[in-house]
Unconditional design. Structure first.
Length: 107
């Protein structure tokens, strides 16, 4: 289990113990974290699982793939340098304490 904190647009936060190997998206859905729609179920075609990774953590994640990069251009909320698709980020022990912000809209 790896501790992940999701921060909502209203600044409230939820910290969850996510299963290693799951995606951030699945961790959010499993723990009832609102704001991540994930229309495509994690197949990297919808971009409704957009999150902003806390700057301190952005460099610790695997790089953005070409497919993810293309989808990030179509997010409903503004794409920022720390934007990621949460279905493409795998939970692992090295990410313990990761903080991500949920955008104010996904579609
Ligand atoms: S859940 Fe559809 S792109 Fe992530």
């Amino acid at each position: 289990m790896t501790t992940i904190t999701f921060i909502h647009p209203d600044k409230s936060s939820q910290t969850v113990d996510a299963a290693d190997g799951d995606s951030l998206m699945l961790a959010a859905l499993t723990h009832g974290v609102d704001g991540i729609v994930a229309e495509c179920g994690g197949n990297a075609v919808c971009a409704t699982c957009h999150v902003y990774v806390d700057d301190a953590w952005a460099a610790k994640l695997d790089p953005v793939s070409d497919d993810e990069d293309a989808l990030l251009d179509g997010t409903a909320a503004e794409r920022l340098p720390n934007s990621r698709l949460s279905c493409q980020v795998k939970v692992q022990p090295s990410l313990a304490g990761l903080v991500v912000r949920i955008p104010d809209k996904q579609s």
